[in-house]
Structures are given as C-alpha cells and as structure tokens.
Design a protein around this ligand. Sequence first.
Ligand code: ADP
Ligand code: MG
Length: 699
Amino acid sequence: MEKIESIPEIFASLVFNEDVMRERLPKDVYKSLLNTIANGKEIDAGIADVVAGAMKDWAIEHGATHFTHWFQPLTGVTAEKHDAFLSPVGGGKVIMEFSGKELIRGEPDASSFPSGGLRATFEARGYTAWDPASYAFIKDGSLYIPTAFCSYGGEALDTKTPLLRSMDAISAAGLRIVRLFGDETTQRVLSTVGAEQEYFLIEEEDYKARRDLFYCGRTLFGAPPVKGQELEDHYFGALPTRVSAFMKELDNELWRLGISAKTKHNEAAPSQHELAPIFCTTNIAVDQNLLMMECMRKLAPKYGMACLLAEKPFEGINGSGKHNNWSLSTDGGKNLFKPGKNPAENKQFLLFLAAVIRAVDEYQDLLRISAATAGNDCRLGGHEAPPAIISVFLGEELEALVNSIVEGSSYSRRDTKYMSLGVPSVPTIRKDNTDRNRTSPFAFTGNKFEFRMVGSSQNVALANIVLNTAVAESLSIFADALEETVDFDRTLDKLIADTFKKHSRILFSGNSYSAEWEAEAAERGLSNFKTAPEAYAHFTDDKNIALFGKFGVMSEAEMRSRREIFFESYRKIKNIEARVMLEMTVRDIIPAVSSYIGELSASVNATRLASKTAYVGCEEDIIVKLSELLGKTYDAYAALARVEKTAISKSSAEDAAFYYKSTVVQKMDALRRAVDEMEMLTARDRWPMPTYGDIIFKI
Ligand code: ADP
Ligand code: MG
C-alpha cells in the first residue's frame, strides 16, 4: 500500500526556511541572515555566496535544475524567468553553479512590464533584488527566489517593495507605542495577514467553449438559469467527489510549499468554494496567496475543471472576494488587538483600536482604491459584497465601550454569555464577544480586522500597504503626543476619547447593503466611489501623497505611475471585454439565431405546403419575436462598436477609463440584455455556447 505521509512530514518540505537554514548554513552566516529576516536589517553582502551555495545544493537534492527570481510587477500577476544552474567549465563540460550575485540581483528586461511612465525618464532596464524575508521555495523543478522589482533609478515597479517599506513603517511606529507601555523587549512589530480566497470550479470544456470566460475570466452574456442560488443548499454543503479530490491534492501541494491551507468549504453560490490559510507575516501572506491562486488555476485542468478567480464570473450569482484579515503583533507573538478580559481597562488596546479607526476614516479613499478593479466593480454593492462605502463594524460590546468613552459615561462590562442548545448531551457553548455582521466592509473580529472588500483575483498587497501606512501615521501622531507629555495617563485618556469622538462617523453596525445606509453615509460625509475610475482619481490627492511620502513607502513619482497604471489596466480590461462581446455577437450569436429563424421558417413553409390551414402560429410568434430581438441586438452591437471606437481614440488612460465606465459599460449592458432575451427563446441545442444552467450546476 502507498505510504500516506503525515502533514508535519511534508509541511514546508519544499521551502528553504529557518530549519533548513540552521541545518545547512555555518552558524555565523545563519545568525546574520536571521537578523536580516527577523529585524529587517540590511543583508551582509559577504554571506550571499555562502547562502547561494547552500540554497543550490538543497534545491538540487530536491530535484531542481533551474532558479528564478520571482516578482510581483504591476500586472496583478507574478513574473518569473528561469535560468539553469549551469556554468561551462571548458572542454564542453558544465557544472551546477549559483553565485551570491545571482541570488541577490537579477536583471529582467523591464520594458514589457507596466511602469506608468516611470521608465520614460529612466533606463529601460529593471532589477530584481532578493527579499530575504520571504523564503525561497521549489516548484516545478525550479528554485524560486522571492524578489523586489525596481527601475534603474530605484523606483519600485512592483507591489512588494512598498509593502516591505510599509511593514518597516508600522514596526517603527508600533515600537514607539509599546515602549511607552513598558515593553522593552520587543524588537519588531509585525503586521499579520490571513487572506481567505474564494473561487469557482467549472467544467474545463464549458470554460473553453465560451470565449467570454476564456478571454475575460467572466461571462459577458448569459440569461439567468431557472434555478439560481435561492435554495441556499450549496453553502457548506457536502463536497462533490471531484472537487474534494482537487482540494486534497491542492492542500498537499500547498503544504509542501509551507502554505498552511487550513479551512475549505463550499461557498454561497453553486460551484463556488473557499480556501483559508493560517495567517502569517504580511509579505509572506501575500506571496502565499499569489502562489495559492496559481496552484489552483494550474491544478484544476488535471481534474477536467477550470478555476475561475474573477470577481464576478456570472451575473445574478454571488461573486468572489478575498477577506483580508489583518492584525498587529509583537515579534514575541503578542497580538496587539487582543482586547483581553477587560477592554475598558486595556488602554494599550484602546489606543491601537483608535489608531485603526482614525486611519480608516482619514484614508477611506485609499482603502477603497485598494479594492478597486474593473472586475470588482461588477461585485461591490450587489447585495452580496460590501458597498463602495467604507465603514467599521466593532461588534455590540466594543461599540458600547467606545460610545461610553465618547459620551464620557460609565461603562459596565457585560458578563460572558453562554448558550445552551437545550440538548443535555450537547455542551453549553461560550459565545464570542464579537458578533458578526457580514455586510460590513471592515469588521473587528475578536483580535483582528477583516477587510472584506478586496476582489478574489487581486493581489492583497495594496490593501495592506494602505493599512500599515495609515495606521503607522496614527500611531506616530499618538507617540509624538505621549512621549512629550508630563501627565501620561491624562494625555492617553484624552487621546483615546478625542480620536473616537472625531472619527465616530466611520463606525456603523447596521446593514451596509441597505439604501438607508447609503443616504446616511452621505449625510455623515463618508466617501462613496461607486466605480474604480472614480476612486483611482483620488490616489494622488495631496493628503495621500503626504502620507506615503512621510513614511518613505511611495514617492510622489511612484504614486503617479501607479495611478496611471490603474487607469491603464481598467481601460485595457474594458476594451478587451467590449471587443469580445462584439465578436461573439456577430460571429456566434447572430448566425446561430438567424439560422434558427431560418429553420423555423422552413418548417412553417413545409407545414403550409402540406395544408394551407395548418396551425403555425407558435413558430410564427417565435420568428417574429426573435427577428425583432435580432434587430435590437444588431442596433446595440452597432452602438457598442461606435463608442468603442471613440474609447480607443482617447489618448489619456484616465479619459479613456472614465469614458468606458460611463458610456461603453452602458452599451455593453444593452447588448447583453438583447442577447439574453434571445437566449431564452432559442432552442437549447442551437444556442452557440453553454448556458448558465449548464455550467454552474454541472460539477
Ligand atoms: P473567522 O471565522 O473569524 O473569519 P478564522 O479563525 O476562520 O476566523 O480566521 C479567518 C482568517 O483570519 C484565517 O485565515 C486566519 O488565519 C486569519 N487570522 C486569524 N488571526 C489572525 C491575525 N492575528 N492576523 C491576521 N489574520 C488572522
Ligand atoms: Mg472570515
């Protein structure tokens, strides 16, 4: 019988982590490297050759032949270029080699990656630089070295560089605060992230049979199926055999890569699932989330399935998001958002809480931008995901505490609640002190915050860059005040109360999906950017440039380039979608419906020939309706083609993006309505692609 390996045996077996380092590196090199990893200290250049040699030997023992610098350019996906460990030694022979220089620096041709205009003023070359704080790993026969990616002039061209900078910012500011509360041992404050990933699994042949799915990752046409998700029988339902086999292999693959895939279950929509890992330090969590998405996508075809990571693959069916669970802890593992038994007396907790509330209120726009993509526009606000308005949910108990502080009234702690199910054999369960509000975009969940707005296909780096930097700003303002004061306790209480008071408008515990909330939020002056371009426009507002500049997270030039790339990628996505719709309409849909009308007409004629009085009203009715719709479709097609032409003629990406969002999207929608109506009247086997009903209930 095949030996079943245990999780501890295989876990991280393909990762060059601290255990492997300790085992394989000379003591002084190991110590120096660990200092870099744990404390963010600069790498000692002298040790690179030794580390590279050890990495190479380890990788070769595990079957690797190549190495690659692995980076996160601003395309939203990862990039890699593989080199063999090979080096000629004369006489036509080669040896396996890997130098410190190759480990530390790579020089990919940067000209094909988005730079948002940064490169026009600098050289076309780009550099990748080893990020020792993310472990190297082996995948598909290559040693993957996580790296940062920058231009010749040192500007970041990736998502990782600003993320690492933001982690330094939050650490520095967090340390100042914990020192004020008497902590002399902590050396680094860490931001931690656990990203819950939602995804769809469908038949691979259906995926390939629909050009919209294949090219855009989401359907652009599709009448609603006769049965949708209304029975809610899928959520947490039993896993179908094939899905369960896929998940099992996925777990195994992820465990080997050191990714602690933990929870898996069916999600709300048919064919939708979720995978949650155990949280870890932010930069590693981001790497691991990207790897997880890649593994999902690559593994699905082995099981005859396709994995859809797009935010809204099917209209009318719940879309996919990514819950970004975020917290802060000391390097000793103490969670700084743990309220403890008595939060009212836990002033350090309240101060950290105030820092987050202030940060979220002041930088609502940046948080919104971190979740703004063309794909997520189709999901946010659709009564399944948070609206475009950012607010914070604290839960009943904390909210009562915050209110009492704001009002200066006394607060009496609630007793722990227990619930009994009335069945003696079932144990009484202790209730959490944080209840749940699934409609909130930013919820406190016990000892962490859950930012629920991010789209399923997105890199969560930007969301965490914003959180880390904005909270770092709050904490450093607090530290300034507290380090100077002669009356620490009084200043502290006042800081907490003033901050809660000033930013209480961001707190909301009601139903975020409701129309009333939208009206109330407007009254409170909260921002409400319904579409991605409207949000992007604020990325370089003065206060935002000042924030990132102050903490060295992004320069103004880096921000302007990113803003340009946001608009550019929005424009490109919408442009592709419009073109795919146009092509499907004239080359697949109109021919199919037209020939179906022809078929019906032939049948009417044949029947008439047999008998002048035979009843053909049914066919004639369908012919008339379909012909009308065909006309409507063609008009909508022509209208879309026209605006699409105007869209491509726009020279600025920003203008184009706004034009797509306000004009092209409407025409796309009109075309879709006409086509979907035809789908419902056309014989099933004449429709030129699998329908919603075919796709979402098949597996
Ligand atoms: P919930 O049921 O409240 O969503 P879970 O325990 O299922 O909580 O956790 C959801 C996600 O949050 C998981 O990925 C988990 O690892 C992550 N998480 C838990 N604690 C933290 C933390 N301190 N920092 C960041 N993420 C965390
Ligand atoms: Mg959750």
